[in-house]
Design a protein around this ligand. Structure first.
Ligand code: AMP
Length: 141
């Protein structure tokens, strides 16, 4: 499959559609997943086009991994989650639904099991509140 430059994440990078951003720099963007599997579920993407880990330029992969580590630490601080899953899917058969490289940061809580992948939109106000907590952790506050 060739890269579709109008996929939803590419459109977010260009600012054509909104997202609830927690971090942005020259190479990467991190935002709340609108169909979260757990409270604090965040996505991290490179700005450069690439469908998956397999076809993305190494510099882009390096940048997105750096941001993923940084945001994952902030998510852990913000939600005090005892566990944290970082996942990344390559190809529809593997579960990929948006064909622009992205990493999932999914908190794991002792008392709550994960929701299904990409099902059921969360309350935007709750996502805004979660994003505010992650931004504060990123800022060290
Ligand atoms: P994947 O199956 O790994 O490709 O995951 C794509 C993720 O993107 C899913 O977890 C979706 O819930 C999420 N998603 C889809 N559309 C949006 C959107 N507009 N804003 C934020 N997250 C989205």
């Amino acid at each position: 499959m060739s890269y579709d430059k109008n996929n939803i994440f590419a459109r977010m990078v260009r600012g054509e559609i909104p997202c609830i951003t927690v971090h942005e720099d020259a190479e990467t963007l991190a935002f709340m997943d609108i169909m979260p599997q757990a409270q604090g579920h965040t996505l991290v993407i490179p700005k450069i086009a690439g469908e998956s880990l397999l076809d993305s330029p190494p510099a882009s992969v390096a940048a997105v991994i750096r941001t993923t580590q940084r945001v994952a630490r902030a998510v852990k601080t913000a939600f005090s989650c005892p566990g944290l899953i970082v996942t990344q899917f390559n190809g529809a058969l593997a579960g990929q639904t948006v064909f622009h490289l992205h990493f999932h940061i999914i908190p794991v809580y002792a008392e709550t099991s994960l929701k299904m992948h990409a099902r059921g939109k969360a309350d935007p106000a709750e996502l805004e509140d979660q994003a505010r907590r992650i931004r504060a952790a990123l800022a060290g506050g």
